[in-house]
Design a protein around this ligand. Structure first.
Ligand SMILES: [Zn+2]
Length: 217
């Protein structure tokens, strides 16, 4: 069992280390930090963890501004929050990476400050309700892990992939949003890294510092 303080001290963390960390049952919070490109490798520096809001939601009080920013979502909350999408649409972040137990999201601004959310909130709520139901089903599966293998637990059902695709396409005029499912072999992490390498920095600042952007994940 690895805790947050131990994770934060570790150097040279890779994507699979982060995913293995958040797959631990006791990690019910988020972590955030920066990613550094090192040739074909991507190194994760963990900087802070979330706090629990009175409504029991986990949130990061102020984001770290850095070139390539990431944060994680706990348990089976494998979808981006509405605020995560808004931050990129409104250019508070140019690129956002969300690491979840089952895959990685890449969100990119399309080069303009997009304030017109249109019927996005309606579409988002439909998507959220579906994904939230799926998360509850997966949590139940996890409780019965003795009857199910890890590869089965973290394999995403086809209809969920389909719903994610439909949702991402609906948003495609507003934001680039893509999910890379990552199962136990981490094969798909290569295509995520390739896609990320064509990304612009998420923020102009070269070095990390705390911003006053308040995030609710
Ligand atoms: Zn989030």
């Amino acid at each position: 069992m690895v805790g947050f303080d131990e994770l934060k001290k570790q150097k040279g963390l890779r994507l699979n280390d982060i995913i293995e960390f958040i797959r631990q049952k006791h990690v019910t919070y988020e972590v955030e930090g920066e990613m550094i490109k090192n040739g074909k490798d991507l190194i994760f520096n963990v900087l802070q963890k979330s706090t629990t809001a009175p409504n029991t939601r986990e949130y990061i009080q102020s984001y770290t501004k850095c070139n390539l920013h990431f944060h994680t979502h706990p348990q089976f909350a494998i979808w981006p929050s509405y605020e995560d999408i808004m931050l990129v649409m409104k250019q508070n972040l140019k690129t956002s990476v969300i690491v979840t137990r089952m895959g990685v999201w890449l969100l990119k601004n399309k080069g303009f400050n997009n304030n017109k959310s249109g019927n996005l909130h309606y579409e988002y709520t439909k998507f959220f309700n579906f994904m939230n139901g799926y998360a509850r089903y997966k949590l139940d599966q996890e409780k019965q892990l003795q009857n199910i293998s890890k590869s089965e637990l973290y394999k995403i059902d086809d209809n969920v992939i389909e719903s994610i695709d439909i949702f991402s396409k609906k948003l495609s005029d507003k934001i680039f949003i893509r999910f890379f499912p990552i199962e136990n072999n981490y094969k798909n992490s290569k295509s995520f890294k390739e896609k990320l390498s064509s990304s612009k920095p998420s923020h102009k600042n070269k070095t990390c510092n705390k911003s006053m952007v308040k995030i609710i994940s």
